[in-house]
Design a protein around this ligand. Sequence first.
Ligand code: SF4
Length: 286
Amino acid sequence: MKEIIFSKYTGFCSGVKRCINLTEREILKNKKVFALGELVHNEQEIKRLSSLGLITINNIQEINTKEDNSVLVIRAHGIEKNILEEINKKIKNFINGICPIVEKNQKIVYEYSNKGYNIIIYGDIEHPEIKALISYINPDVKYFTINSIEETKKLNFLPKDKILLIAQTTKEIKEYEKIIESLKKRFKDLKISYSICKETILREKDTKILAQKADCIVIIGGKNSANTKKLVNIAKNYNQNVVLINSESELNLKEFKNYNKIGIISGASTPKWLVEKIVKKLNLLS
Ligand code: SF4
């Protein structure tokens, strides 16, 4: 008999859930709903929302700004300051689905850079959350993005410089702690924003526990989701049998024949309905 062990942290995080709920509410009102960029880093969920009527656009010029029945939704990761300003001016109906935690980080960066603090971001420069965060930095200060403790070596600030250190909400907490300790030794006026989201930290911890308990770990999430990839790397430190999938069609039951305890966890942008579909298929093994 196979045992399937669930992590408490499957399905969307609260920020993504809120944004999707806001979107669906507008769709149910029979509005023409647009999303500026991918609403969530999950292909399956995008397909589901598109089938309900969501239209993904890459530029606000693609939306009829005067139309009463059109609504533009801004994703949980946020968007660049200048684009938000343009939306405020031009778009009649829009819903800001930005996660409150992400928004708070934008305010922190804005406030400190205006006080003359240079900004160090532990985050991925290509990630929409970081692109948006950078847009809130006062251009009079310098900023750097780093992805690891090794990259702190390239920082060319002086020990007396004013520095704010902040992290992408979904980055790895252990690495951030190392970066904090290292920078504390280098800079006298270092302000630290403990900006990694608590839900991210709990998901990471549970991945570690689950990877030690189970014979095999199934991580469900988009292959383009940084957050899902990170969970895969954490699980691999404790378990050799880690499978990353994003749909039930990718699940090959033969692979699981020899495992008795199968652990299930998902990325923060994976919907619960997708997890349930995959578990239903896994249950065929019992
Ligand atoms: S991971 Fe945390 S900060 Fe990021 S969208 Fe989800 S709840 Fe918000």
